[in-house]
Design a protein around this ligand. Structure first.
Ligand SMILES: Cc1cc2nc3c(=O)[nH]c(=O)nc-3n(C[C@H](O)[C@H](O)[C@H](O)COP(=O)(O)OP(=O)(O)OC[C@H]3O[C@@H](n4cnc5c(N)ncnc54)[C@H](O)[C@@H]3O)c2cc1C
Length: 381
């Protein structure tokens, strides 16, 4: 499908991003998968190339583009199955919190480093005891003079090990009723006494993305690091989670298109019973079904992207995209693996990793069940 939402300068940008990913990321994926982390230098290189915080103004040292540039970075990384390179989490999820809700002093202190790749961001909501039910978090941040004293534990935090800044959701008023009214967001810097990063968690897919536990024990965070207003954290999260869900949709569509493309080639090249496996009617039906889903997904997503960039209220549609595109990717990756036969189960075949990487997409950024709850609410329930 010809995509009409990008301008010529976006297309030029895509070419340079694709070339950069081919040389700076693809040859190292396996090494990083073994290490369960990507090197910090990659972030600095990305910053120098203008791949971080693409949408942010030049006065912060960022490229001064729009969200479509970020979309291109996400698409190109997903297309190359660079699942550990969490630029979009930093650029399009974490930094927007500081940009939208931060004070001028906070912006001056952190935004330039975020744009250059010197500072890597993470957001910590999930705890061992609660994920979907965000208002039930147990981490507390109790005011003591000019500081909040932070106590609690977070888990599954992406960029958890590399992060220099982490936006922590904590209860500044644990007795608040309703509970979500007690949630605030604090920006905690790595190295703050009482803040410890735990082990890198071993995952079945997305192996090069650093995912870690974070511990806070009597960690004194300056009141100046409170993001926005006390007790408004839940509201800020709800506002920004929309773009996070959309990014999942964007990545899933691009990843599914890539898996489909190389599976199509495989079906033309691999033979069985004296003919290409793509000649079997079953293979053709499966490929036809996947091509249809990809086309439908692309139309929906590009329309949604335009509305999102135009600032329209797309809460329902972003939730629809998050669940549908992630489930679609899981279907496509599974089916493509099947078409690869035994080779699909071998680690050296990309499709096996794409299959494992895909699995988490319906879990993080709000599970698909939670997405459907939000959609149902929008339908009046
Ligand atoms: C690789 C990875 C990276 C992650 N990165 C981050 C990160 O950077 N920051 C962060 O804060 N978190 C992160 N997470 C955590 C992720 O957002 C949570 O795992 C997710 O929100 C689900 O929470 P949970 O694991 O506690 O599952 P639970 O909330 O315990 O849910 C378990 C099951 O119950 C279902 N369920 C729960 N409530 C309902 C309901 N009301 N109705 C129907 N079904 C329901 C869920 O859909 C799910 O199927 C990451 C997770 C992973 C795996």
């Amino acid at each position: 499908m010809e995509r009409t939402l990008f301008r010529e300068e976006h297309d030029v940008f895509r070419k340079s991003v694709r070339a950069w990913v081919e040389t700076e990321v693809v040859p190292f994926r396996e090494t990083w998968e073994e290490a369960n982390i990507v090197p910090r230098e990659l972030w600095l290189k990305a910053g120098a190339m203008g791949l971080l915080c693409c949408w942010m103004e030049e006065k912060w040292g960022a490229p001064g583009g729009d969200f479509l540039y970020s979309t291109i970075v996400t698409e190109e990384l997903s297309r190359a199955r660079a699942s550990g390179v969490a630029f979009s989490l930093h650029s399009d999820i974490v930094v927007p919190y500081i940009h939208s809700f931060g004070s001028e002093a906070q912006k001056q202190r952190w935004l330039p480093g975020c744009a250059s790749g010197k500072l890597i961001g993470a957001v910590a909501m999930t705890e061992p005891g609660t994920g979907s039910d965000l208002a039930a978090i147990k981490t507390t941040a109790i005011r003591d003079g000019d500081h909040y004293v932070l106590n609690g534990q977070k888990t599954f935090i992406s960029n958890g090990h590399l992060c220099d800044l982490v936006i922590v959701a904590a209860k500044t008023d644990p007795a608040a009723n309703p509970p979500h009214a007690g949630v605030s967001l604090l920006i905690v810097e790595a190295g703050t006494p009482g803040f410890q990063k735990g082990r890198l968690l071993k995952k079945i897919g997305m192996k090069s993305q650093d995912t870690a536990e974070l511990f806070f024990e009597d960690c004194r965070v300056p009141v100046a690091n409170l993001l926005g207003k006390e007790g408004k954290g839940f509201y800020y999260l709800m506002q920004k989670l929309q773009q996070e869900r959309l990014i999942v949709g964007i990545g899933c569509q691009a990843a599914a298109e890539a898996v489909f493309d190389y599976t199509l080639t495989y079906c033309q090249e691999r033979t069985a019973f004296g003919q290409a496996i793509g000649k079997f009617q079953n293979s053709q039906f499966k490929l036809a079904e996947m091509a249809t889903e990809l086309e439908i997904g692309r139309h929906f997503l590009d329309r949604l992207l335009l509305d999102h960039v135009a600032g329209k209220d797309v809460l329902k549609e972003t939730c629809m995209s998050k669940w549908w595109h992630s489930d679609m990717l899981k279907r496509v990756a599974d089916q493509c693996l099947q078409l690869h036969g035994g080779y699909g189960y071998m680690e050296e075949y990309e499709v096996s990793k794409a299959f494992l990487d895909a699995r988490v997409q319906s879990i993080f950024a709000g599970t698909n069940e939670i997405m459907k709850i939000v959609i149902a609410k929008q339908l009046g329930f």
